[in-house]
Ligand binder design. Structure first.
Ligand SMILES: N[C@@H](CCC(=O)N[C@@H](CS)C(=O)NCC(=O)O)C(=O)O
Length: 222
């Protein structure tokens, strides 16, 4: 049994959607980011970075994995699905997974901070992160022009990028003109496992986040 320590955020959904797609048995331990549970000593012993998600594999000596991308690779390898085993196929998936980890996630994360959460609005910072995110969306759109999914068959690379890109409206980034990206977003959103995983630990409507969300994020960032 896998234990997932998580919150309702894009990095958390990467783990819960992967678990759902792989049909693995798992339990959920919700972590309250606004209350700072991710910075408590017991949690830092599991995840020294003080962020969600983290998993504990209770069937494998309580082995702990932190960093969402590493969690996805671990789970996919354990199940033998969503990540090819041949060298080239595996590399292609990992390339697009790293594209999310090093590009989409950090840029959209900062776009959210400056566009939504920062009490002081700094136009240069807002534009910088929104423009760079849009540029990365165009890279994804180009890859999806002749490919149904990012790297061969549906994989952890699609899940990782989808979890962030699906929040484009909250980040204030347009997807106008990116028809391939739009098609891919809709295809993945329709998957039952994605809908189940995105409701962990509780459902959030990305388009309907409110002052409470902003307040919670500000507390976390303070
Ligand atoms: N590189 C980490 C980033 C994780 C991360 O930033 N998680 C956010 C939620 S999406 C978090 O835990 N934030 C809490 C905080 O900043 O204190 C990963 O991919 O696991």
């Amino acid at each position: 049994m896998i234990e997932l320590l998580t919150s309702e955020t894009p990095n958390g959904w990467k783990a819960s959607i992967t678990l759902e797609e792989l049909e693995m048995d798992y339990t959920v331990r919700p972590i309250s980011l606004s209350k700072g549970e991710q910075k408590e000593d017991w949690y830092l012993k599991l995840n020294p970075n003080g962020r969600i998600p983290t998993i504990i594999d209770h069937d494998f000596d309580d082995f702990v994995v932190f960093e969402s991308g590493a969690i996805m690779i671990y789970l996919a390898e354990k199940a033998g699905k969503l990540l090819p085993t041949d060298v080239k196929g595996r590399s292609r998936v990992i390339q697009w997974l790293m594209f999310q980890m090093g590009g989409i996630g950090p840029m959209m994360g900062q776009a959210n901070v400056f566009y939504r959460y920062a009490p002081e609005k700094i136009p240069y910072a807002i534009e910088r992160y929104q423009r760079e995110s849009r540029r990365l969306f165009e890279v994804l759109d180009g890859q999806l022009k002749d490919n149904e999914f990012l790297a061969g068959e549906y994989s952890i690379a699609d899940i990782a990028n989808w979890c962030w890109v699906a929040g484009y409206e909250w980040s204030g980034i347009s997807i106008d003109g990116l028809d391939n990206l739009k098609r891919w977003l809709d295809t993945i959103a329709a998957r039952p496992a994605v809908q189940r995983g995105k409701a962990v630990p509780e459902p959030v409507d990305l388009g309907q986040q409110d002052e409470k969300t902003i307040e919670g994020a500000r507390n976390m960032l303070a």
